[in-house]
Design a protein around this ligand. Structure first.
Ligand SMILES: [Zn+2]
Length: 433
């Protein structure tokens, strides 16, 4: 069965060889060589992806992350990168990060970003790679072992063409993108340090469409609302003595958020609410206990929510409005809201757009069509968000696929080679002079 699939892939591969002549005139001699190398390595690339997918590397599976990371390390070593494995403090319970670097003076200095971990821990029933016609199903196929493969096989094609010589490229593969180790200033210290030394960041998270890339991602943060009121008999609610109670006050606040805060790219989702006379939240922060009676005015209501935004300015403006709404308490109630930072945003910038334009030109020269910016409102936060403030950034350079984070996650095999080609030529053009 698998042999049959391999045969189909071989046919696709042969087709692409014929296909390649039509765009050859747009490519330089070195670029044509790079493309040939990508084609030659295609079957190996798919096998490599299969191998990495079949190693469980759920974020909390420290040994698995290290084991999958060792495959990436070996490949980087073979291409002449100086590699380092950075362990995280043991209490963080994360596998650590792989960093590889080649040093040189030509062109732009690049930071290439991937992650080794997946959301599928060893107890998940979803563990293995499986060919299904033109796709392969498996944990991390699209998010983002597929993207890691694209990055590494683009580098390999460049390496074999002698086009990594004198280039400055840093590769970072995190072991904890899906659930970043806390505190973030330790788990994201190395990527920020690397970002400060480079000019452009390219991240290989799943593609949102063959002709789209990501120049902006929204940031994510949290908020916690605590409302207190006076416990009293229900018959006295609305009186000067008993007031409105905490549930009405929380309702007022949430409704005002809903009515007054809505704007493009801003979302604020109350994910959990508890209100009554006895309220407690457990240490996970995702479960709680509550009791109350219909004949009692509730004295405590808590709400937990998130806040997603496209710029720090938008985040701060939203927080200010929320604080003002919270402060206008109903009679005999009091409310407080606190905020916590998570992922910063990656706002769209001219610099990010300029990198996208280089990619788009590459794509057109390869006969793959223009590449346009993806709507940031349709994409969540990612690791690139931690570094976007330091350098020009482009994300969504990984594979086409779907069902990320779900048990039928897959990669589209028919577009893989084209994406590796595009990436290889992009890296080449950014670093050639
Ligand atoms: Zn991912």
């Amino acid at each position: 069965m698998i042999e049959h699939k391999r045969y189909r892939l071989l046919l696709l591969f042969i087709f692409s060889l014929f296909h390649s002549s039509s765009y050859a005139q747009k490519l330089s001699k070195q670029e044509t060589q790079i493309i040939k190398n990508v084609e030659k390595n295609s079957p190996e690339a798919i096998h490599f992806l299969e191998e990495t997918v079949n190693i469980n590397s759920g974020t909390l599976n420290v040994a698995g992350v290290k084991k999958a990371g060792a495959l990436y390390k070996k490949m980087l070593d073979e291409m002449g990168f100086t590699t380092t494995w950075i362990d995280m403090p043991s209490e963080m319970n994360r596998g650590g990060h792989l960093i590889g670097e080649i040093k040189g003076k030509k062109g732009k200095k690049l930071l290439l970003i991937g992650h080794i971990d997946t959301v599928f821990e060893p107890d998940s029933p979803f563990q293995k790679w499986k060919f299904q016609d033109s796709i392969a199903v498996g944990p991390g196929t699209s998010d983002m072992k597929g993207g890691n493969m694209v990055m590494l096989y683009a580098l390999k094609a460049l390496h074999e063409a002698g086009q990594l010589k004198d280039r400055q490229i840093t590769v970072i593969l995190h072991g904890d993108e899906e659930s970043a180790g806390r505190p973030l200033d330790i788990s994201r210290k190395d990527i920020i340090k690397a970002a400060k030394k480079n000019d452009i960041a390219l991240s290989f998270e799943g593609s949102t469409g063959f002709n789209y890339a990501t120049i902006a991602r929204r940031g994510a943060s949290g908020w916690f609302l605590k409302v207190t009121g006076k416990q009293a008999h229900s018959s006295g609610i609305f009186s000067d003595i008993s007031g409105a109670g905490s549930v009405y006050e929380a309702s007022r606040i949430l409704n005002r958020f809903y009515e007054e805060l809505q704007e493009v790219y801003l979302t604020f989702n109350p994910g959990l609410i508890l209100g009554g006379t006895e309220v407690s939240l457990d240490s996970s922060g995702t479960k709680g206990n509550v009791s109350g009676k219909t004949n009692l005015v509730a004295n405590t209501t808590i709400v937990k929510g998130d806040l997603r935004f496209l710029s720090e300015e938008q985040k701060e403006r939203a927080r200010e409005k929320m604080r003002a709404i919270v402060a206008e308490s109903l009679p005999v109630t009091h409310a407080e809201i606190s905020f916590s930072d998570g992922y910063p945003s990656m706002p769209p910038t001219d610099g990010n757009m300029a990198v996208l334009n280089v990619l788009s030109k590459v794509s057109i020269d390869l006969g793959q069509g223009e590449v346009k910016p993806w709507d940031p409102g349709k994409r969540g936060a990612g690791d690139i968000s931690f570094v976007a403030q330091y350098l020009d950034s482009l994300d969504g350079l990984g594979v086409m696929g779907g069902n990320a984070h779900a048990p039928e996650e897959y990669v589209d095999l028919t577009t893989l080679e084209d994406i590796v080609k595009r990436t290889a030529i992009l890296v080449h053009r950014l670093t050639a002079k």
